[in-house]
Design a protein around this ligand. Structure first.
Ligand SMILES: *Cc1c(COP(=O)(O)O)cnc(C)c1O
Length: 380
């Protein structure tokens, strides 16, 4: 089945006892047994719930994995994933991961005895390898500078050293990028972003290529209890139905906006992988077949950056991304506030850098909004 058809229909209609076109919200904590020693296949919603199960099947199919697990947030998915490792073990992680992921590694996993080496190019992985290394964890494209990492190249190193490769695919989704097909073992998502797509619920996913690994993680998940609730599962199922059309239009908007931004004298840099001037234009095209709808840009000075944040009207100044509503973020004060200042500046995340998640409004209205904000038009 084609990707778009899978988004709308899924493959498995096991829930369908009534002809319901949409998956029912099985709002129940527990399930009655037909007899002693018998089960309907469901016991207790922490272990599994039919609405969540349907969503997990759709996500496994979209990423091309054996199984998927749905969690109450992206961070809940990372926390469960870290339970796979034991004290004394070591992970090689990219420098540019989502800030919350670094916070979890530094403040929780480190306390539990895991150690981490941070790298920023595939070439550095080899020198970070240790006998106790178990996994490589990357995110591509990176946030907020949108640099691409060559997944196949990293997968080659991981396979050669017997390490798991984990890829956070939140920014591109399986519509554009399928890390499992490029050699990754586990795909991670914040479903809060494009998969849900409406800025109305949190969710997270792990998608595994290997059924044995999936079974281990399912055991951890049902034991620790951060599975996605039935109503939230329903919202993500509904979001997924329009994933492909949303992303096509959001990307089209992003390209128009990136082009417009590139011509502005007030800007010193525009980062969008779909611009031919972007250093990873070719890699993004080859690896993902698309460029996504995230743009970051640096303006002339910090005063102008703050003016834009305060004066946009259609675009909202808020953390998060991937929804139908366009959002603008100040990485220095929001997503990357926890980074030590020297490191933040070294990575180019300063007071002049803004990040824009392009939504589904008309591109002309979004450009008009930015244009007014650049010019310092009033909020009225
Ligand atoms: C938002 C995000 C996360 C964390 O997900 P939550 O749903 O907010 O817990 C992880 N990785 C990336 C790339 C994200 O953008």
């Amino acid at each position: 089945m084609d990707f778009q058809t899978l988004c709308v229909h899924g493959r498995d209609k096991k829930y369908d006892l009534t002809g319901s076109i949409t998956v029912p919200i099985f709002q129940t904590a527990t399930f009655a047994h037909p007899g002693v020693g018998l089960s309907t296949g469901y016991d207790y919603s922490r272990s599994q719930n039919p609405t969540r199960e349907y969503l997990e099947q759709v996500m496994a199919d979209l990423e091309g994995g054996a199984e998927a697990l749905a969690f109450s947030s992206g961070m809940a998915a990372v926390a469960v994933l870290m339970e796979l490792f034991s004290p004394g073990e070591h992970l090689i992680v990219s420098d540019d991961l989502y800030g919350g992921t670094h916070r979890l590694f530094n403040h929780i996993s480190a306390k539990n005895g895991l150690s981490f080496s941070r790298i920023n190019t595939p070439e550095q992985i080899k020198s970070a390898l240790r006998p106790e290394s178990r996994a490589i964890f990357i995110e591509t494209p990176t946030n907020p500078l949108l640099r691409a990492i060559d997944i196949e190249a990293v997968a080659g190193i991981a396979a050669g050293s017997g390490l798991l490769l984990i890829v956070d695919n939140t920014f591109l989704t399986p519509y554009w990028q399928k890390p499992l097909a490029l050699g990754a073992d586990i795909v991670l998502h914040s479903g809060t972003k494009y998969l849900g797509g409406h800025n109305d619920t949190l969710a997270g996913f792990l998608v595994m290529k290997d059924p044995g690994l999936a079974e281990k993680l399912r055991f951890i998940s049902k034991t620790t209890g951060s599975g996605l609730a039935p109503f939230d599962s329903f919202l993500i199922v509904r979001g997924l139905k329009t994933l492909a059309v949303r992303l096509d239009r959001q990307e089209e908007n992003a390209l128009k906006i990136a082009d417009w931004l590139s011509g502005r004298a007030e800007l010193t840099q525009v980062n969008y992988p779909g611009l031919k001037s972007h250093p990873d234009y070719d890699l993004s095209r080859r690896q993902a077949g698309g460029f996504g709808a995230m743009i970051s840009f640096s303006v002339r000075d910090e005063t102008l950056a703050r003016q834009i944040l305060e004066q946009v009207k259609i675009i909202r100044y808020a953390e998060s991304l991937g929804g139908v509503e366009s959002l603008i973020t100040y990485p220095m004060l929001q997503t990357h506030a926890d980074l030590p200042e020297a490191e933040r500046l070294e990575r180019g995340i300063d007071g002049r850098l803004l990040r824009l998640s392009v939504g589904l409004e008309s591109a002309e209205d979004l450009i008009g909004d930015l244009s007014r904000a650049f010019a310092g038009g009033s909020r009225s």
